[in-house]
Write a protein that binds this ligand. Structure first.
Ligand code: BEZ
Length: 211
C-alpha cells in the first residue's frame, strides 16, 4: 500500500553519490526531503537538481537534509552532476541515490506504471524529525517542481510543529498566521503576546510568532 500523510517514512540503506547511507542515520534528528526524478541527463531534471543545489543554504537553515533518487547508476549520476554544476551555476552538495534495483522507488511508490513502467515520477516527500511523512507531492515528468514552494511548506510545517499555528492560502514568510482550532481564544491570547485578531470564533490570526 502506498504511503499517506502521517505514516512512518520507511528506512532503507542505499548506494549514493556520497557513499552508502542509512536513511534514518542520514536524517538524524532533523527534517528531510526525499525526491525522485525520472532520469539523469534530461533537461527538466537538470534544472530541478540545479535549483535544489542553489537553495542548499536555505534547506540547511531550516535543518532540512536533501536526498535525491532515480533509477540511474552511480556512474551516470557522477557524470551528470558535472553537467548540472556547469549549466546551472551550482555545486550539487546533496547525495543522489542510485536506485537501480528500485528498492527506494518501491518503498515510496515512485513508479506510476501508467505514466512510465521504468522511470520514477517526480515524487517529493517532506519527513519530520519524528520520521513521519508531512508532505507528499507528485508531478509529471514534463513539469519541474517549484522549490520555493517546497521551502514555503517546510516553513509552514515548522511553524505548526513549534508554535501550534497554521498558515492561510498563499501565505508567505512574514505574513500573519492562523491560530489552530485546538487552541481556545483565551489560551491564544496568552500564547501569542503580539495579539490575536478574532475575525470569527474559528478564524483567528496572529503575527508570525518566530519573527
Ligand atoms: C526531463 O527531465 O526533461 C524529462 C525527463 C523524462 C521525461 C520527460 C522530461
Amino acid at each position: 500500500m502506498s504511503l499517506r500523510l502521517g505514516d512512518i517514512a520507511p528506512n532503507f540503506r542505499a548506494k549514493t553519490t556520497a557513499g552508502e547511507i542509512d536513511f534514518y542515520e542520514f536524517l538524524g534528528n532533523g527534517w528531510g526531503i526525499l525526491f525522485s526524478h525520472p532520469a539523469d541527463y534530461t533537461p527538466v531534471c537538470t534544472t530541478e537538481l540545479g535549483k535544489t543545489a542553489l537553495l542548499q543554504d536555505e534547506f540547511a537553515k531550516r535543518n532540512v537534509k536533501v536526498l535525491a533518487v532515480s533509477v540511474d547508476s552511480l556512474e551516470h549520476h557522477n557524470g551528470w552532476i558535472n553537467d548540472i554544476n556547469e549549466t546551472q551555476g551550482c555545486n550539487v552538495g546533496f547525495p543522489i541515490i542510485a536506485d537501480e534495483d528500485r528498492q527506494v522507488a518501491g518503498l515510496y511508490d515512485m513508479i506510476h506504471p501508467n505514466a512510465s513502467e521504468t522511470f520514477t515520477v517526480r515524487s517529493l516527500f517532506v519527513i519530520g524529525p519524528d520520521k513521519k511523512v508531512k508532505l507528499m507531492i507528485t508531478y509529471p515528468a514534463s513539469t519541474g517542481r517549484n522549490f520555493y514552494e517546497v521551502l514555503r511548506v517546510v516553513d509552514s510545517l515548522q511553524l505548526t510543529a513549534n508554535y501550534s499555528v497554521a498558515t492561510p492560502a498563499d501565505w508567505k514568510h512574514g505574513e500573519n498566521v492562523i491560530v489552530v482550532p485546538a487552541v481556545s481564544t483565551e489560551d491564544a491570547i496568552k500564547k501569542f503576546p503580539k495579539g490575536v485578531d478574532v475575525v470569527k470564533p474559528y478564524l483567528r490570526f496572529t503575527p508570525q510568532p518566530n519573527l
